[in-house]
Every structure is written in structure tokens, then in C-alpha cells.
Design a protein around this ligand. Structure first.
Ligand SMILES: *[C@@H]1O[C@H](CO)[C@@H](O)[C@H](O)[C@H]1NC(C)=O
Ligand SMILES: *[C@@H]1O[C@H](CO)[C@@H](O)[C@H](O)[C@H]1NC(C)=O
Ligand SMILES: *[C@@H]1O[C@H](CO)[C@@H](O)[C@H](O)[C@H]1NC(C)=O
Ligand SMILES: *[C@@H]1O[C@H](CO)[C@@H](O)[C@H](O)[C@H]1NC(C)=O
Ligand SMILES: *[C@@H]1O[C@H](CO)[C@@H](O)[C@H](O)[C@H]1NC(C)=O
Ligand SMILES: *[C@@H]1O[C@H](CO)[C@@H](O)[C@H](O)[C@H]1NC(C)=O
Length: 398
């Protein structure tokens, strides 16, 4: 406080302070006005953004309000550089993506696929579809059989193919498999990348809001009933068909890792074949889960196989009542060993296929009992194609 002692100095200091205050007030004013201007600009931007989003989600007349230009409805937005020219937010593209090519990462597409409509009614005529998801390394040897199976049922199914990256399925333009490959990643059998591929297929298929049921199939799977029967069976079922059981041996509980505690307990641990069939509700739960998936990724490594345990255990813990706990894909483990029996040309007879269609066991279906337990079967070698094609009309009825 030394300067207050001398009069002149004090006066000068007071003048100084007065000036300083003026400058302070002025600068406050400047900042305040600038703030208002920035605020106004931003909020109009946000308003604009929300208005366009709201229009997209809530206005049925959006397509009328903004008539499509150029390619029009269903135009491929991925290759159209400017959305001002094409109605990229049209309902058709949103509900039923035509082109399965996209640049989304797994995290991005899982998030998108987890979005649920809150409104019960659909603003369009929704015909439930079955999504057939083929997890394959490369070629599909039973393509001609499947093509025959799907023929004439266009509005009731969607196909998704996850092949190894770089593999291009070569099919003609009139095939239902034409351009149905999803962006894929490397899959190493026995590792978590297999479970990743299954979830990737689910996420891609979930983007089509009409898909109601989701079947996972391999290149060695065949249908044993016709499309009509398969469709009715799956769409009409109150349960999903995921094989799930408590195997007390070292091949079941033996693969459990205590490090999963306290989130997963030993008594909750389940095992089951990876070839599932699930309802849309469960598909959304599966792509939405990060917590349990992460535990499996971290602690389920060979001789623990995530594809045999993750889905059965997760469903058992949270959605057990929605699961039939059995698979609709027939397989023959009777030979023993680590791989199921493989059926080739010499093994295909009318009686054999008939025994899969009705193998004298009874299965629970909704609250009834049925002799139809299996809709699909594995494993078949490519050589089985020709005799199988010969049996479609007489045995499989398609
Ligand atoms: C799908 O999109 C990709 C890239 O965005 C493009 O290369 C391809 O031609 C499109 N396919 C069809 C059938 O439109
Ligand atoms: C795709 O199939 C057609 C007809 O079956 C054949 O002519 C063509 O060479 C094949 N293309 C590739 C890349 O394999
Ligand atoms: C399947 O198992 C669950 C337990 O995870 C059980 O709650 C459910 O009732 C079973 N489903 C059927 C159809 O029995
Ligand atoms: C298929 O047929 C061959 C030749 O008859 C036979 O050796 C083989 O055991 C059969 N495979 C199965 C799984 O029945
Ligand atoms: C029916 O199939 C199941 C599953 O593959 C098998 O365990 C059972 O033995 C079969 N029954 C007959 C009569 O073939
Ligand atoms: C399939 O049917 C055709 C014509 O009926 C017959 O010539 C052929 O031998 C059959 N193939 C097999 C593998 O049964």
C-alpha cells in the first residue's frame, strides 16, 4: 500500500482505476453482445437440425414434402455425393437398405442396430420376414438348392452373406443371393472373431425393419422343408431356437473361467451349437450387449469357444423364458469325435432325408407337441448337391 501515502500518486492511481473500470465494462459488453450473437446463430442451427430430424422420423408425408430427384426412392445414397440432389432420408432407404455396402465400423452398426422404435404401429404395411444369414468362408456349394427353396417367396425373406474379406460371391443378377454380401472381417474358427461375425450379421440384418426372425446357417447347411413350412414354423413360434444346456463335463462347465465372477456364475454357464434361430427382440439384446461380450472376449479362449457359450449363457441369464433351448438345425454327433458326421453323395437317400424331417422324436412347439423338430440340417459335402436336387420335389416338397 506504499503508493497511497503520496497525494499526487494516489490521485493518479484513482484515475487509473476509473479508466480500468471503464475498459472492463466495455469489454464485458463486447463479450456479452458476441455471446448473444453466437448463441442465436447456434440455436438456429440446432433448431434446423432437429427440425429436419423430426421431419424424417415423424412425418409420413416427408416424401411428398420433398419429392425425390434423380435416382428417386431407393437411390443408392452411398454413391450419391450430395444429398441436396436426392432424398437420402427417404423411408424406403431407412426401412429396407437396398445396398448392403457401408463404411460403418462394428461399434457404429451395433449401435444403429440397437435402436428400437417406440411406436407400436408401423407407418407402412409390414410383412414379417425371415433373415437367412450365411456364415461362410467362401463359396456356397448348395446355392442351387437354396435358390430353388427361395423361389417365389420374394417378400418373405432377406439374405445376408458373411464371407471372408476379399471373397466375392459370383451369382447371376436374378439370384436372391445377388449383392447380398455384408462388409466382413477375418474370422478365425474357435476365436471370438466367430462370435463377432455372428453379431455383425445380426446387426446388418436388423437394419431392415421387416426382418422378424434371424437364422444362422453355414455353407454345409441344407433346408429339409419347403419355404412355406419353414416360414410358418418360425414366424408362428413364441420361442427362439437356441441350443442351450448345462454340460457338467470339462467340455461344458470345465470351460468356465472364475475371472468372469461376479457377473457370470458357474450355475448360469450354458453350452450349445452356434447355429441359432432367434426373434428380433433377442437379436437387439445381443447386438446391444457389451458387458458380457467383453467378458467372453477376455476370458473365453481355447479350449473355451465363445461361439458355443456366449449366446446360450447370455440368454439363459436374462431371457431364458424366450428360448426353446433347442436348435432347429439337425446334426449328427453319433460318430463321436470333435466333428459331426459329414454326408456326401453316397449317403443321400429318400429315407435319410425323411428321417431328418421326422426323426420319431417329439418336440415342444409353443404349448403343443410336434414331430417337426428340424427345419435345416448339416453337415453336407458339396457332392450331396446333385442327389439332393433330385429329392426336392418328392421329399422336401419344393
Ligand atoms: C453399392 O454401393 C457400393 C459402394 O457404395 C457400390 O460400389 C455398388 O455398386 C453398389 N451396388 C449396387 C448394387 O448398387
Ligand atoms: C462367374 O460366373 C460366370 C458364369 O457362371 C462365369 O462366366 C464367370 O467367369 C465367373 N466369374 C468369376 C469372377 O468367377
Ligand atoms: C429354456 O430354459 C430356460 C432357462 O434358461 C427356461 O426358463 C425356459 O422355460 C426353457 N424353455 C422352455 C420352452 O422350456
Ligand atoms: C456315407 O456313405 C459312405 C459310403 O457308403 C460310408 O462309408 C459313410 O460311413 C457314410 N457316412 C455317414 C455319415 O453315414
Ligand atoms: C433324431 O435326431 C436327434 C438329434 O440329432 C438324435 O439325437 C436322435 O437320435 C434322432 N432320432 C432318431 C430316431 O433318429
Ligand atoms: C438325378 O435324377 C436324374 C434324372 O432323373 C438321374 O439321371 C440322375 O442319375 C439322378 N442323380 C442322382 C445322384 O440320383
Amino acid at each position: 500500500m506504499a503508493r497511497w501515502r503520496v497525494g499526487g500518486e494516489k490521485e493518479e492511481t484513482e484515475r487509473h482505476i476509473g479508466l480500468l473500470k471503464l475498459v472492463q465494462i466495455l469489454s464485458f459488453l463486447v463479450v456479452f453482445v458476441a455471446g448473444i450473437i453466437i448463441g442465436l446463430a447456434t440455436s438456429s442451427h440446432i433448431n434446423h437440425y432437429f427440425t429436419s430430424q423430426a421431419e424424417f422420423y415423424f412425418s409420413r408425408n416427408f416424401q411428398i414434402a420433398l419429392p425425390p430427384v434423380g435416382g428417386g426412392v431407393g437411390a443408392n445414397c452411398n454413391v450419391v455425393p450430395h444429398c441436396e440432389k436426392v432424398d437420402c432420408l427417404n423411408m424406403e432407404t431407412f426401412l429396407r437398405p437396398k445396398n448392403l455396402t457401408h463404411g460403418m465400423t462394428d461399434n457404429e452398426i451395433f449401435w444403429r442396430a440397437s435402436l428400437l422404435p417406440n411406436k407400436e404401429e408401423y407407418p407402412f404395411d409390414r410383412v414379417p420376414k425371415v433373415a437367412f444369414m450365411f456364415l461362410t468362408r467362401g463359396p456356397l456349394p448348395f446355392l442351387p438348392l437354396w435358390e430353388r427353396f427361395f423361389k417365389g417367396h420374394d417378400n418373405y425373406f432377406s439374405i445376408y452373406v458373411h464371407a471372408l474379406p476379399g471373397y466375392q460371391l459370383n451369382v447371376s443378377e436374378d439370384s436372391p443371393f445377388y449383392w447380398r454380401q455384408i462388409p466382413s472381417q477375418t474370422v478365425e474358427w474357435g476365436t471370438v472373431t466367430l462370435a463377432d461375425a455372428e453379431r455383425r450379421l445380426l446387426a446388418n440384418a436388423l437394419l431392415d425393419f421387416s426382418n422378424e426372425r434371424f437364422v444362422l446357417l453355414s455353407e454345409s447347411c441344407i433346408p429339409v422343408y419347403n419355404f412355406r413350412t419353414v416360414y410358418k414354423y418360425l414366424i408362428g413360434s413364441e420361442h427362439s431356437f437356441v441350443d442351450s444346456y448345462d454340460d457338467q463335463s470339462r467340455y461344458g462347465r470345465g470351460r468356465y473361467n472364475r475371472k468372469m465372477l461376479p457377473d457370470i456364475k458357474l450355475y448360469q454357464w450354458r453350452k450349445g451349437s452356434q447355429w441359432f434361430e432367434i426373434h428380433r427382440t433377442l437379436a437387439v439384446y445381443l447386438v446391444s450387449d457389451s458387458k458380457y461380450y467383453t467378458l467372453f472376449k477376455r476370458y473365453c479362449k481355447p479350449a473355451c469357444y465363445p461361439d458355443e457359450h456366449y449366446i446360450p449363457t447370455f440368454l439363459n441369464m436374462f431371457h431364458g423364458s424366450l428360448n426353446a433351448n433347442r436348435s432347429v438345425t439337425w446334426v449328427d454327433w453319433s460318430m463321436g469325435g470333435p466333428h459331426p458326421a459329414l454326408y456326401g453323395k453316397a449317403n443321400i437317400t429318400e429315407d435319410f432325408i425323411q428321417s431328418i424331417r421326422n426323426n420319431e422324436t417329439q418336440c415342444a412347439y409353443n404349448s403343443e407337441v410336434t414331430s417337426v423338430c428340424y427345419l435345416f440340417a448339416r453337415k453336407f459335402a458339396p457332392s450331396a448337391l446333385e442327389p439332393l436336387l433330385n429329392l426336392t420335389s418328392t421329399v422336401m416338397e419344393f
